[in-house]
Design a protein around this ligand. Sequence first.
Ligand SMILES: [Zn+2]
Length: 319
Amino acid sequence: MQPLMTYSTISRPINSSASRALKGLIGLSLLLLTFSVQAQLKITTTTGMIADLAQNIGGQYVEVTALMGSGVDPHLYKATQGDLRRLTKADIVLYNGLHLEGKMQDIFEQMGRSRPVFAVSSLIPKAQLRQHGHFPDPHIWFDLSLWHQAGQRVLQILQQQDPKNKQAYADNAQPYLNEMLQLHEWIKDQVLSIPKSQRILITAHDAFGYFGQAYGMQVEGLQGISTASQFGLQDIKLLKDIIVKNQIKALFVESSVSPRFIQSLVAGVKAEGHDLSIGGELYSDAMGQSGTPTGNYFGMVKHNVNTIVDALKNAKPQP
Ligand SMILES: [Zn+2]
């Protein structure tokens, strides 16, 4: 607006063609300004964890949008019309794959035939994936050595799609991925501080299988690896038996799954005379609100580990 105001203070009358030319110049400079802002690669991701990878590795060269915000369950998420627009307008689309985005997998596979649409899990060797029946477990972000491979895949994609900034992406990726490996070691130490008999993690659904495998915990979920799967009385009985036999002190609810089944399991076990409490809320398939400590990937991981360790190390029965 500033140039137009300056123009209006010029006392000499200016003919209309000069006025049009000046307006045209202003329009052009605004267009160039817009272009320089839009020169960032537009990346659309499904989960916040993938957006975190893309933002940290892409830095100033990318503009990242995650379709699934805090508290959103990716297993059940259906693309809206707005999402489809964001996906088709993006320069790069990144999704988890391994059927995490159960309702969107077909869309990505179809789009991927003609557009830069990539699964960040694609570099991970099959032998490192947990199998659950016919499907691989998609929750790879809870073994940080696996998520490190997803980060390397994102680096590779950015370098291929935007080769002129290849070095900058490598420079951004290195400290971020190093911190991830340090966090991986820190988690191992934290879990070791829980008494061995208490290293059993019971949650609403099987999101922490890789976590258990990588850091040495037995993991049991009330639902299977997808929240779309059903569970029955037999599953509840099995879990009750594990809790009572091992004198487990705490179960955990998840931010992206309804807490009511875990709450009723806790109530049921307590009614039978055992000490059991809710150990806290874990961020399983979605991060916390952006701008909060759990609104980024490292913060989410640290929160989960601290919550698990605090509850199982020093669990006190609820009054
Ligand atoms: Zn899940």
